[in-house]
Design a protein around this ligand. Structure first.
Ligand code: C5P
Length: 305
């Protein structure tokens, strides 16, 4: 039996993109972005314990194979540490964040893996050093090393922290459909007239930084038209959301999850209550402060007697 007293459990949050603009295609094939990420209080849980070799078990909706970003993150850390070859861990991933929805669950699991194994294996890499393997795992992964709100430039991996809005609640509406390889597909189907100059995103970032309350009219996603073309059922789903609440609903990342904002939990719950009549799931979650200001780590486990 595994000795539970040696296990560490950490939580990996979801995100939304409050704004996401695609500026154009880069020479490396990726797209130049300006985006405002906001960490959201819906969590996957990773329980990690020392073990010979690397292994992963998954509970819930996620790829459990070698393709899972959690194992790739663990291997990336091993490659970067001198006694790497001797490291091992068993990781149990409990999924709550819907996979393939645009809420960043897989990227967040990867970042949480880097953070927790860095601590468990005493690798002593700082956040900037962890950001290197993180950006190789995916453009969204570095954000999850910091959380809170951040402006993302480059591929979304060049980050500037922003002030987290106070009293911001998110209603996350997740329709019951997905599309394999959808992120690459969405970017691949963008037309030139869907590129914008990033000014909306910078204006939103500036409002956040100055503590100006943001409104749902400021939400933007340059991938939304491509998502409406690619996901057959998305247009009908969004029309359903608009009947539920006349507030603007925005696509998160490459979708298909959509979200809106509320200034109070009760207001968010009221919207979600109606949105739950649609197919899929709906979550009411707070916008999260950066990692440094909330306690991601549980208290250390008691030492064995
Ligand atoms: O980095 P990640 O693996 O999440 O990206 C998946 C795919 O999305 C990339 O292979 C690329 O085709 C596309 N992408 C892009 N520009 C970005 C981020 C992702 O074209 N800034």
């Amino acid at each position: 039996m595994r000795r539970a007293e040696h296990a560490i459990t950490v939580h990996a949050p979801a995100k939304v993109n409050l704004s996401l603009e695609v500026l154009g295609r880069r020479a490396d094939g990726y797209h130049e972005l300006r985006t405002v990420f906001q960490a959201a209080g819906l969590f996957d849980a990773l329980t990690v314990e020392d073990a010979p070799g690397l292994s992963l078990t998954v509970e819930g909706d996620a790829p459990g194979s070698g393709d899972n970003l959690v194992l790739r993150a663990a291997r990336a850390l091993i490659e970067r540490t001198p006694e790497g070859g001797e490291r091992g861990a068993h990781i149990h991933l409990r999924k709550n964040i819907p996979a393939g929805a645009g809420l960043g669950g897989g990227s967040s699991d990867a970042a949480a893996t880097l953070l927790v194994l860095n601590r468990m294996w005493d690798c002593a890499l700082n956040r900037e050093q962890l950001a290197e393997p993180a950006r190789e795992l995916g453009a969204d992964v570095p954000f999850f090393l910091y959380g809170g709100a951040a402006l993302g430039a480059g591929r979304g991996d060049v980050l500037t922290p922003l002030r987290t809005p106070s009293q911001l609640w998110l209603v996350l509406a997740v329709p019951p459909f997905s599309l394999p390889g959808k992120t690459a597909r969405m970017f691949g189907r963008l037309t030139r007239d869907e590129y914008t100059d990033g000014s909306r995103t910078l204006a939103l970032a500036s409002d956040l930084e100055r503590g100006v309350p943001i409104t749902t009219e400021q939400l933007y996603n340059g991938l939304f038209p491509a998502a409406l073309r690619e996901f057959d059922d998305l247009a009908g789903y969004v029309a359903g959301l608009r009947r539920v609440s006349t507030l603007d609903w925005m696509l998160s990342g490459a979708g298909p999850a959509c979200f809106t904002l509320a200034g109070a939990r009760e207001e968010a719950e009221e919207i979600a209550g109606l949105a739950r009549r649609l197919p899929g799931t709906c979550h009411v979650v707070p916008a999260l402060e950066p990692l440094s200001s909330y306690d991601l780590w549980p208290p250390p486990p008691p030492s064995p007697a």
